[in-house]
Ligand binder design. Structure first.
Ligand SMILES: *Cc1c(COP(=O)(O)O)cnc(C)c1O
Length: 345
């Protein structure tokens, strides 16, 4: 195979990742701070993320599926599988490289039937997504299970909603109701709600990767993902001429345009059409017209030095990019495809 350097890359800032985890650990008070690395570490690469956070001191990792846990197995870290155990997962679950987070009475029975062992349990406190009920726990569902962590998940932690306190109170009432060694409630946004929400272990995902779920957390979180794309062509577009599909942008005056190697098939969403931007030095360079599958047009009139083969940074500060595009910060992270080369520095 010939090594072909990609014309699109995600620069991943290792120091920012570790800084974010440390900030979240500090904000978690006495609670331990874990890391959600599901969806391949929110698109960055789960192994690369977990290895770096383990060095920083993180000891609790969360993935969605057993296939994700298996990919982390060589690191030998404590991993919990949030979706629990289907019948099809039992062989992997018994192999011992991760713990299931049991979510239903059937999963509890399946785990007991296979001999039990260390597990986590999710209890629903009002989100009505995954989890057993508090009533089932009171009825003895979990009696005798070797529970490491009893957890629940907040539905509205990124808002100031009465539901946060209601969920916290319901969860807190379960203290002592099971043999669980630890209790865990807060995701990234939940950490921002204060130490009352941290219990024994927090589970941030988004904020590790530069997402800011609550405006009041902005100062503690640094951008981690920096997309960079190469210029494939530079052209001069005359006044009155159009750029891109459906000719949605018409040059009001003669404009210098760079066509870069980036598109919605890479994860740069079509919602950035006409509202996204690239950066060169500290100059903001607007996206012109529609984002194509593999290409984007950028106004480079302000940068006469930029030429074919040069690289442009994409403006991807998550809170602002989400605001501009209407796409959630989660989707802006997890949408990046395989064509973008990831590199850490
Ligand atoms: C994804 C997830 C997290 C992390 O949530 P963020 O909002 O990304 O911080 C924590 N707990 C559970 C159960 C999750 O599914």
């Amino acid at each position: 195979m010939i090594d072909i350097p990609a014309p699109l890359r995600l620069r991943l800032d290792e120091n920012a990742l570790v800084h974010n985890w440390r900030s979240l650990a500090r904000a978690s008070g006495r609670a331990a701070c874990g890391a959600a690395v599901k969806a391949d570490g929110y698109g960055l690469g789960a192994t690369d993320v977990a290895r770096r956070l383990a060095v920083a001191g993180c000891r609790d990792f969360f993935v969605a599926t057993w296939a994700e846990a298996e990919r982390l197995a060589p690191l030998g870290l404590p991993v919990s599988v949030l979706h629990g155990v289907r019948a099809e997962d039992m062989a992997a679950a018994r192999a011992g490289f991760a713990r299931p987070v049991l979510n239903t009475a059937a999963q509890v029975a399946r785990w007991r039937g296979a001999g039990g062992g260390a597990c986590d349990v999710m209890v629903d406190t009002g989100m009505n997504r995954l989890g057993v009920s508090a009533e089932a726990i009171a009825g003895g569902l979990l009696d005798g299970l070797a529970i490491e962590t009893l957890m629940s998940h907040l539905a509205c932690a990124d808002e100031d909603s009465a539901m946060n306190e209601a969920q916290r109170a319901r969860f807190s009432a379960l203290r002592g109701a099971t043999a669980a060694r630890r209790m865990s409630l807060a995701n990234s946004a939940g950490i921002g709600l204060g130490e009352d929400y941290a219990f024994d272990l927090t589970r941030p995902g988004l904020a590790l990767y530069g997402g800011v779920p609550r405006a009041d957390m902005g100062a503690m979180i640094r951008q981690v993902v920096h997309p960079e794309a190469q210029i494939l062509q530079r052209r001069r577009v005359g006044a009155g001429e159009a750029v891109g599909y459906n000719a949605t942008w018409i040059a009001p005056a003669e404009t210098e345009v760079a066509i870069i190697n980036l598109g919605y098939a890479d994860g740069y969403r079509r919602a950035f059409s006409g509202v996204g931007a690239a950066m060169h030095d500290d100059v903001m360079l607007p996206v012109l017209g529609r984002v194509s599958m593999d290409l984007v047009a950028i106004d480079v009139s302000a940068c006469p030095d930029l030429a074919e083969g040069d690289w442009l940074r994409i403006d991807y500060a998550l809170p602002a990019a989400s605001q501009a595009s209407g796409v959630s910060q989660y989707e802006l992270l997890t949408g990046w495809g395989r064509r973008a080369e990831r590199f850490w520095n």
